[in-house]
Design a binder for this molecule. Structure first.
Ligand code: ADP
Length: 500
């Protein structure tokens, strides 16, 4: 801070210092800088010039600049010298030079006049930069671009834009010719809209108009194109505009064959419609079953009752037992029909999914089962907070009711204990209902989830064999799965996994 400033040099001394600075800049420049006089004799030559052309300053200074100029470029050089002497500067031009070892190099040049102290032009200074590597890089980039264009797994086409519409195809890659079945030459004589399906033409036209009007920078559409052999192929097309230097604008189209996907989508749609139809049929069947089948059943039961009452004195004990069986079986059949109806309604009467805190349907199920829980002396243990899932609260209530009901129904000699717990498994949450009951033969664990499948007779344990089939349908409708595992200490653990 307290350093005294060096005295400001004045006059000639300052000029000498400045030219010393300039000389240092020229010497250390990365550009090859040389100067020559009016007769094209080299008067200065920096280190970069030596590196670029291969001549030392001693070899170059005093020689004609012709030593580095290809013979066919000498006229051009003379003209440039002329122009500089008449006061012009030449900012940038690309030409060729020859190195001492005879190799030609591409250079970018600037030329400017050298003035004498009194302002007269006495020479030309040129500054050169080797652009051989840039040109090589450009050539490689072009080659790579060409390779990418040709080798691309999607069809690429360049198409001219004439009067706001598609003009002719100007360039296509081989995938495009494969996709459409035409040769390159055939395509160059065509306009893209000639092979567009009439039903897709209007939509594409509207998008193209918006593109040309500058309201969008690109557009995408799924449409049909006619293959040369006449069949239609589905493609996903993306089009964007390239503003060329030429007045005509060009568009670039990327085309991707989606025929396979469209076919699969159509197949899926057909399957969905079939499923909807069979669901509707099932619903219809369930409706018919509930009304038309239940009515004769009720009558059957009523007639059996009347038979027992009216002819009481003519029927013996065995007859009364038979009548009781008829009424029981009629009642069981009615329950089976109701269960089948419930099974069909899991799909057909499904309401929109909502957020379900599983603790709520569980609570409702436990309240419904309260008489059974009390009568059996069952202990119910709910471990940890239950998760929140998406779905139908009524169906989750049914799921818990069936699983906990079974856990109590299929009890052994010990008082029933039912444990409801939760575990995380990736994105799914797994809820388990474990019991200390009679357990299940591992060979039969798949069967029990099928419609009307039971492992026990009516007189052992009452039921229709529909409970677990309904559970499975509910869980699968929620995007999950259900299974059973043996409990190591005896009993079974039913588990269901649903997206959490
Ligand atoms: P249902 O209970 O009406 O028989 P389900 O579909 O609910 O019909 O069950 C099918 C069969 O699976 C039952 O008959 C029974 O044999 C077996 N099962 C279901 N739950 C249990 C359980 N917790 N413990 C032992 N066996 C079971």
């Amino acid at each position: 801070m307290g350093e005294p400033k060096p005295p400001v040099p004045a006059g000639e001394e300052r000029v000498a210092i400045e030219s010393e600075h300039l000389a240092a800049i020229v010497r250390s420049s990365d550009d090859a800088i040389l100067s020559k006089d009016r007769n094209a004799i080299i008067t200065s030559w920096n280190d970069a010039a030596e590196r670029l052309y291969g001549y030392t300053p001693d070899e170059a200074v005093g020689k004609s600049v012709a030593i580095i100029i290809p013979p066919e470029r000498r006229g051009e050089e003379l003209e440039i010298v002329e122009r500089i002497f008449s006061g012009e500067r030449i900012e940038h031009y690309e030409t060729e030079r020859i190195r001492k070892d005879g190799v030609r190099i591409a250079v970018s040049l600037r030329a400017s006049p050298v003035h004498s102290p009194d302002g007269e032009v006495v020479g030309v200074s040129t500054q050169a930069r080797d652009i051989s590597s840039t040109q090589e890089a450009l050539r490689l980039a072009e080659q790579r671009l060409e390779g990418t264009f040709e080798g691309a797994p999607i069809g690429i086409a360049v198409v001219s834009v004439e009067g706001g519409s598609y003009g002719r195809l100007q360039q296509v890659n081989s995938e495009m010719t494969r996709l459409l079945g035409y040769t390159e030459e055939e395509l160059y004589a065509m306009r893209p809209d000639e092979i567009t399906h009439p039903d897709d033409a209007t939509a594409e036209r509207a998008l193209f108009d918006e593109l040309v009007a500058g309201r969008r920078s690109s557009f995408g559409i799924e449409k049909r194109n006619r293959h040369k052999d006449g069949h239609w192929i589905w493609v996903s097309l993306t089009v964007s505009l390239l503003e060329g230097a030429n007045p005509a604008r060009v568009a670039v189209a990327h085309v991707f064959d989606i025929t396979g996907r469209k076919r699969a989508e159509a197949e899926l749609e057909r399957t969905r419609q079939n499923l909807e139809r069979s669901n509707a049929e099932l619903d219809q069947f369930a409706y018919v079953a509930s009304h038309d089948l239940k009515e004769p059943l009720i009558l059957l039961s009523a007639y059996a009752r009347m038979l027992g009452e009216r002819y009481a004195d003519q029927i013996d004990d065995e007859g009364r037992t038979f009548i009781a069986h008829v009424r029981e079986e009629a009642g069981r059949m009615k329950t089976m029909i109701d269960d089948l109806l419930d099974y069909s309604r899991v799909e057909t009467r499904a309401e929109e999914p909502v957020r379900v805190e599983l603790a709520e349907p569980l609570g409702t199920a436990l309240r419904t089962l309260a008489p059974l829980i009390e009568e059996s002396g069952a202990r119910i243990d709910v471990q940890g907070p239950l998760p929140v899932v998406e779905g139908s609260p009524a169906q989750f209530e049914r799921l818990f009711r069936n699983l906990i009901g079974n856990a109590i129904k299929f009890r052994g000699d010990a008082p029933p204990t039912v444990t409801i717990a939760v575990e995380e498994a990736g994105d799914d949450c797994v809820v388990s209902v474990a019991d200390n009951g009679i357990g299940i033969d591992p060979a039969k664990t798949q069967r029990i989830f099928d419609v009307f499948q039971r492992l026990h007779s009516q007189d052992q344990y009452a039921g229709t064999g529909m409970g677990l089939a309904i559970c499975k349908r509910i869980v699968e409708r929620h995007g999950g799965r259900i299974w059973v595992e043996p409990r190591p200490e005896g009993g079974s653990v039913f588990k269901f996994a649903v997206p959490g």
